[in-house]
Design a protein around this ligand. Structure first.
Ligand code: AMP
Length: 292
């Protein structure tokens, strides 16, 4: 019989910070994977990458209230701590950091980290205050978990830009690693929110991936940006998915591509709504010589 592996859970920020500092003082490289729980294979891939590159791995599970808008899904966001701990146990995680909201935001908390630049458009426009919530909690988490490196998923591409911008601007002493998006067999990007989809919505949800793949094909054959953006939209329109945005922009800034001259790396990004569920996805586009 094999004994079940369990991972130590730490609730208190001060205890978490002390454990990480002690590990680093002993010369160990510490990796950190911040999450909101309801863990799936996408989260697992970040943890596995961290375990490959680091001596100790910390995963935080905290459903951060400040990054949800007043009409969003904070109350019904899935909370599955026992299953999450079971997923993490065999993956070489040393600590799970599970703070309470009161540990992260003391009574009367009045400080927010507001990032401009990459936070301005797309998710920033549709979810006002979202990235301030993300930046504030990630900054706070980096203080509680003073790791060498933190791992984020490319699925939330704009979030990776916002976090990198904040780390650079505030001179936070942590590296940011971005890991590829993990997908279901039909191409749908894994997300904790996929659990909200009814079976019929789940079948239609593949349209985001289809649109991005069609966009990449058209991009590679030299299609104009507007046509490539329409190629993202087509399958969503066919399947009755409401489109929040579908765009081809500069990957590092999310600004429009220059009309002429040297072309920065480009990315296709999309967000759509099926019933009450919002899904996002993106695809980095290969370099090409001529702008469309
Ligand atoms: P969340 O729990 O949704 O806040 O996500 C925690 C981290 O997991 C974020 O850095 C996400 O970008 C990342 N993540 C979520 N879904 C995926 C996925 N399908 N593939 C890779 N990373 C992901």
């Amino acid at each position: 019989m094999t004994a079940a592996v369990t991972v130590a859970q730490i609730r208190e920020p001060a205890a978490m910070r002390a454990a990480v500092l002690e590990s680093r003082a002993a010369g160990r490289r510490v990796g950190f994977v911040p999450t909101m729980g309801a863990l799936h294979a996408g989260h697992a891939s970040l943890v596995e990458q961290a375990a490959l590159e680091c001596d100790d791995v910390v995963v935080s599970i905290f459903v951060n209230p400040s990054q949800f808008g007043p009409t969003e899904d904070f109350a019904r966001y899935p909370r599955t701590l026992a299953a999450d701990a079971a997923l993490l146990a065999p993956r070489g995680v040393r600590w799970i950091f599970v703070p309470e909201a009161a540990d992260m935001y003391p009574p009367g908390a009045a400080t927010r980290v507001v990032v401009d630049g990459p936070a301005r458009r797309f998710e920033g426009e549709i979810r006002p205050g979202h990235f301030a919530g993300v930046a504030t909690v990630v900054c706070r988490l980096f203080h509680c978990v003073p790791a060498d490196v933190a791992y984020f998923g490319a699925k939330d591409w704009q979030q990776t830009l916002v976090v990198k911008r904040m780390v650079h601007d505030l001179g936070l002493p942590i590296e940011i690693a971005v890991c590829p998006t993990v997908r279901e067999a039909d191409g749908l990007a894994m997300s904790s929110r996929n659990a909200y989809l009814a079976a019929e919505e789940r079948r239609r949800a593949v349209a985001l991936h289809e649109g991005l793949c069609a966009a990449e094909r058209l991009w590679q054959s030299g299609g104009a940006v507007a046509a490539v953006e329409q190629a993202i939209r087509d399958p969503l329109e066919t399947r009755g998915i409401a489109i929040d945005y579908a765009a081809v922009v500069a990957a590092d800034t999310l600004e429009p591509l220059p009309a002429a001259g040297a072309q920065p790396p480009a990315i296709a990004i999309v967000a759509g709504r099926l019933g009450g569920t919002r899904l996002i996805d993106n695809r980095l586009l290969p370099p090409r010589r001529r702008p469309g």
